[in-house]
Design a protein around this ligand. Sequence first.
Ligand code: CDP
Ligand code: MG
Length: 735
Amino acid sequence: PEEEDEATPWKVQERWEDAQARKSRLKPGGGKARGDEYELITEDQIEFIKHEYLTGERDVDEESEDEREREQRERMERAKTKKEKIRAERAALPIYPYRDELLDAIEKHQVLIIVAETGAGKTTQIPQYLMEAGYSNMGKIGCTQPRRVAAMSVAARVAQEMDVKLGGEVGYSIRFEDCTSDKTVIKYMTDGMLLREFLGEPDLATYSVMIIDEAHERTLSTDVLFGLVKDITRFREDLKLLISSATLDAEKFSDYFDNAPIFKVPGRRYPVDIMYTKAPEADYVDAAVVTVLQIHVTQPTGDILVFLTGQEEIENAEEALKERTRGKGSKIGELMVCPIYANLPTDLQAKIFEPTPEGARKVVLATNIAETSVTIDGIRYVIDTGLVKQNSYNPRSGMEQLLVTPVSKAAAQQRAGRAGRTAPGKCYRLYTAWSYEHELEDNTIPEIQRTNLGNVVLMLKSLGINDLVGFDFMDPPPSETLIRALEQLYALGALNDRGELTKLGRRMAELPLDPMLSKTLIASEAGGVSEEIATVCAMLSVGSAVFYRPKDKAIHADSAHAAFHRGDVGDHVALMNVYNAWAETDFSQHFCYENFVQERAMKRARDIRDQLVGLMERVEVEMVSDVDNHDAIRKAVTAGFFYHAAQLQKDGSYKTVKNRQTVHLHPSSGLREVLPRWVVYHELVLTSKEYVRGVSEIKPEWLVEIAPHYYDKKDVRDEAGKKMPKGKGRASMTA
Ligand code: CDP
Ligand code: MG
């Protein structure tokens, strides 16, 4: 606590008193104030017990460090112009004192591992240091990010620091969006996009430095990049390779990169109190909301960061918080709620970095994107649900799903650490200390070991890497998963029976999509429906966020949505119908409003569609249209998604054709009332049940016709005479 605002101790005092006053108002005389607003927003308190202390990691000479910080703060306060402010801010970052040493090390070594805690300035500063040192004269400075939001926001920040236009000297490249130009010398990109660049430039010839950032995240693309860039450094001695990580297990990276030296920037972390709930919380979203309110009315100034698992949850929590604090801002202080997740629209991203107004408190509702990729200043409280949405893949069944899973201990520690970046903080874990000890794994399993590798195998094959088992993976994927991917690509026609890339496979690899979607796009030409399939794929890519259903207008929303499903055509055609109807109104906002469709999602679909059409032209798919040929549309979908074929069972559930897995139609599917005998689905989501989403009816014989390597006649025998349950709503749906 000594570290806390040493310069202005009176301020802290005031804040504490303030909080004390609030507390006593909350419970005057030990009881709840009747009719008091505070009672309303904190009615069901959660009891936390303090258990542990995440110690500070100030292994630098503390006194001189504090001295320096104070000087910097003063300088920052004195800075008048925008330029001076930025200079002062940059100089205040933990990495700054190590600038010259770091540049020296980079000059001496071709490969360097850089370790510094989150927020130290790795991502925003190192590329600028390199540019200032002249590396940009020899080629671009590239920097990869596992997440698109991070790539965009960091590029925007650096452009601002350098006072240049985003897309000029500083740019970014993410899927479906290239914001770079000939002038770009500092280029941020997702790791997936760098993988794509290898296809056109296998030696990264236009780069002088490549930074593989956030290496500790061990995403699938980053892991594959490791192998590729390691190989390049052997013949491009002029290329500098930096691997940067926020965690301390850097030895593993060093070992892998032939004992590359590790450059460690000492941390400047403040202590964090760690609290656990006394008992497990069943509804963690609600528990998070309650905890936010609890902190807001009882704790001193400081922003709150909440870790949730996905967009939907974040939106629910946002709504609940707004609801419960509505009109109370003047009494309890404004609560400024800022969501951040992977698909957050660009215009909302800037909000989370804006300074919190005087007297208000910022609450950032985030997915694990805020764990290490994105740093938000001013966070003093972290609420950790202990959960994350993660890929999980079962190679035996070929089923891939996004599952809400407990985080690892390492991730939980990272999350807690976010509270102690600029001052001592508190972390509220919405699980028990027992759970932490007994139920969390030590480390997160790298994605490469828990995901479908179809994409990666196709990519590596098209880079001419045929020996996948011999590929230099840091942690190799299970061989079963590799074999599965090869089989799948063979069935899709991307590989021949010797495992070599076919012409189709080459075209598929050009598309930045999952192989199943790539195949669908390419197959659409033969059916004369490439325009329609471009629309369908774009709509599928924006996810589940197209339709919305406000509780008070559910009936209106349902009937509006049902109109797009008219004729039991299936969800793919329905998505196309929505898009086309919107396009007919000249993309009007009113249309979205009237039909309970998210305009933002639609706009994104339009952007993606434009990109897809460009990509299809590149791989020479002719754009043809036959909008009423629903069979052709569903056949094109089947050409890519025949793996996801399922057959109706007597009880109204479905069984996947090959692997005999039981699945159910998702409540959002327009076919729920129809229950066709045979379907293909877009994806599997696991909530209370195994649901399939994005479903269309197919004819079983299509499977044999389209995927003869995978299905034969006996797979698709339709046991005639068996009674199938009748769809209840059929008559009304077709009326
Ligand atoms: O990469 P690392 O975690 O080491 O730090 P960084 O992302 O370079 O962040 C350095 C500083 O820049 C932090 O204080 C961030 O809050 C700030 N930053 C920002 O204000 N806006 C962004 N879009 C990104 C970073
Ligand atoms: Mg970073």
